[in-house]
Design a binder for this molecule. Structure first.
Ligand SMILES: [Zn+2]
Ligand SMILES: [Zn+2]
Length: 427
């Protein structure tokens, strides 16, 4: 059927009509030069719109003039008035008493508003409220430092959040697939009638925490932050010879991100360390001792653990390892997909498969496969946003998958105004 009879055309039909490639048409659509509507996931273009576009192109060719430039940007529109006698931090508003509490001045040329020590300590963003850096600017700086080897990593809050949710979901799914749990100390089977009844979920990022984090980043959205989720299955111990009340067997998975760092910068640039880990373990061991309970604990970090933290758990040659009668622990690095545990701790072994779910990099690889497959069938372009929506994952995860495809060769990512990042096969 002749395409001139139809009001709506596919990208392929338009390409044929204009005598250009499918990709050229896709580009015009993605960059907003050609209006298109989406029907059932496919773009459709109207005859009239294409005609109008061709007319405009003709006019443009006839008189090629640059659009008028806007007025030059004012360097700083609202400068603060004369310094008040009591100096307060130009970032968080806290009172700065004397030099000891003063970190330095806003780094914007000619600004010089004072910053407190805490705000100054974030060297990605030593600016007052008005001049503060965007998440993108800070991330760019971190990636540069990472490339120069100055920092071990730069994991965005969205990535951390994605890794966290994947991990906890898989843990719960795996544990709830089993008909019973086996006690690590006595080998007794604990039947479970209702998982819901024994599951206790927790998250560190609650309203109070968020309010505190917003002091420094007022526009902070909770959807952009990891939550430090925990999921604990608590089973009362069956009767035993000693029979003490309150005794409990708990199987727990918890995730830890540096929420302050994630909130302030939108990414984390440091591994989770030993001191932090020790504090958590000692607190838990003390609480368990008081109730004669036992916990099998998987502790996950979306960015990874320092060498010292991993060694403390693995034990072995010349290292002081953590050991307790009340807790058996393994560490999970959600970025690298690694697990650290003490191989001589027999209490832990049966539970290890619970903590090795589909890890972040596995998700990324899976998505890369799906994108590759879709693009193999069409010569079109996909926006990363669309892929993320379709697969129900974060756009940052899709981006990671597309970076993988680019590295592999044959694919390229490009940014189109209004559509963001896209991926297509190299022509
Ligand atoms: Zn401050
Ligand atoms: Zn400033």
């Amino acid at each position: 059927m002749g395409s001139q009879l139809k009001e709506f055309l596919t990208i392929q039909e338009v390409a044929e009509w204009l005598g250009v490639s499918d990709k050229t048409v896709s580009r015009l659509v993605l960059s907003g030069q050609l209006p298109a509507t989406k029907v059932g996931g496919l773009y459709r273009l109207r005859h009239a719109d294409i005609q109008e576009y061709l007319e405009k192109q003709k006019l443009l060719l006839q008189s090629r003039t640059r659009p008028p430039e806007g007025p030059p940007l004012q360097a700083s529109v609202e400068r603060a008035g004369p310094a008040a006698p009591a100096v307060s931090c130009a970032r968080c508003g806290r009172l700065v008493k004397g030099l000891a509490q003063r970190g330095g001045d806003c780094q914007e040329p000619d600004c010089r508003l004072p910053l407190c020590r805490t705000c100054w300590s974030n060297d990605y963003d030593r600016y007052c409220r008005q001049h503060r850096r965007s998440r993108e600017q800070k991330l760019e700086m971190a990636r540069l430092r990472h490339a120069r080897g100055e920092i071990p990593l730069a994991v965005t809050a969205e990535e951390a959040r994605q890794r966290e949710f994947t991990f906890i979901e898989r843990f719960e799914q795996k544990i709830e697939e089993t008909p019973y749990l086996t006690g690590p100390l006595d080998g007794v089977k604990y039947p479970v009638a209702s998982w819901d009844a024994i599951r206790l979920r927790s998250r560190e990022l609650d309203e109070a925490r968020l309010a505190r984090l917003r002091l420094v980043q007022p526009e902070l959205s909770p959807d952009l932050l990891p939550q430090n989720l925990g999921s604990c299955y608590n089973l009362p111990k069956p009767r035993s010879r000693t029979e003490r009340r309150g005794a409990m067997l708990s199987i727990c998975a918890s995730v830890f991100s540096d929420l302050e760092e994630m909130a302030a910068n939108g990414f984390s640039a440091s591994l989770t360390g030993r001191a932090f880990l020790l504090k958590i373990l000692e607190d838990r061991a003390a609480a368990n001792k008081a109730t004669d309970s036992f916990t099998v604990q998987g502790l996950a970090s979306p960015v990874g653990w320092t060498r010292e933290a991993a060694e403390m758990i693995e034990g072995g040659n010349g290292t002081t390892s953590f050991s307790s009668l009340y807790i058996a622990v393994c560490l999970i690095d959600l970025g690298a997909g690694r697990l650290f545990f003490n191989p001589t701790d027999t209490r832990l072994k049966p539970f290890i498969p619970l903590f090795l779910g589909e890890l972040y990099y596995e998700t990324v690889q899976k998505i890369a496969g799906q994108v590759r497959e879709r693009l193999a069938q069409s010569r079109s372009i996909m926006t990363l946003k669309d892929v993320a929506e379709k697969l129900g994952v974060e756009e940052s995860t899709v981006k990671e998958a597309c970076l993988l495809l680019e590295k592999e060769g044959g694919f390229q990512m490009e940014t189109f105004p209004g559509f963001g990042l896209t991926i297509s096969r190299k022509s």
